[in-house]
Design a protein around this ligand. Sequence first.
Ligand SMILES: Cc1cc2nc3c(=O)[nH]c(=O)nc-3n(C[C@H](O)[C@H](O)[C@H](O)COP(=O)(O)O)c2cc1C
Length: 243
Amino acid sequence: MPYPCDYPGKKIKKPLPLTKTSMLMSQSSNIPLPLPGSPKDGDRLNAAHPNAETLHLLSHRRSTVVKDMREPGPSEEEVGKLLTLAARVPDHGKIGPWRFLVFRDSARARFGERLAKIFTQKEPAADETRIDFERERFLRAPLVIGVISSPVPHPKAPHWEQIMSAGAVCQNLLIAANAMGYAAQWLTEWYGFDDDVAKILGLSESEKVAGFIYIGSTDCQPLERRRPSLTTRVQFWTDPKSD
Ligand SMILES: Cc1cc2nc3c(=O)[nH]c(=O)nc-3n(C[C@H](O)[C@H](O)[C@H](O)COP(=O)(O)O)c2cc1C
């Protein structure tokens, strides 16, 4: 039986009632879904995809905090499909100004060793518990996908647009992971901005971490959180100049 995720500051005493739909749609299942194929260059595609389940996912999508993730993670085939789906974002000029760093299996622990070393150099007073936490960061989920923003000089695609395309990749990953039955969270944390970590990740001067997308199974149900109000954020533009 799924339990409510324990968010700091929220005291939940009993599990939330689960509707049949939310049980089916919100939890990871070990039954692999059939993965969709990919179109070939030049195939004619549908301009719209009316689909109630997609709308349900978008209106109920919620991150699961990484501490609530567990094995199993996506299979090798699912990882391949996740990357293919993630890469299917608008990119002005067809330049794909991003790339992926995939951390699975022992690569997660290996990265953790390097991270713990860097952390200890920066924080020599840190105690063992904290250093172990750094060492185990990528072991919190079975799969971590680093999305790297790799903008290039381009005559038509401004730098800002190329960065936004990397953000769209991250969001696609969250959606695709959820639709495959996995929990996901987009994190950057301190190591997403650290120059020494950037070196061990092999980032060039012009590259930045757009996000580390943690993906895994979960037993818990995230709670809905307050959403930004649209009241102050939406205006239907009218021309202030009436001539
Ligand atoms: C670019 C980016 C970086 C983020 N980095 C962190 C982070 O380092 N730590 C954190 O607790 N949440 C971080 N978040 C927020 C979570 O990923 C998550 O979106 C949020 O906690 C819950 O919102 P949701 O359920 O609508 O996804 C980040 C979000 C974005 C967009």
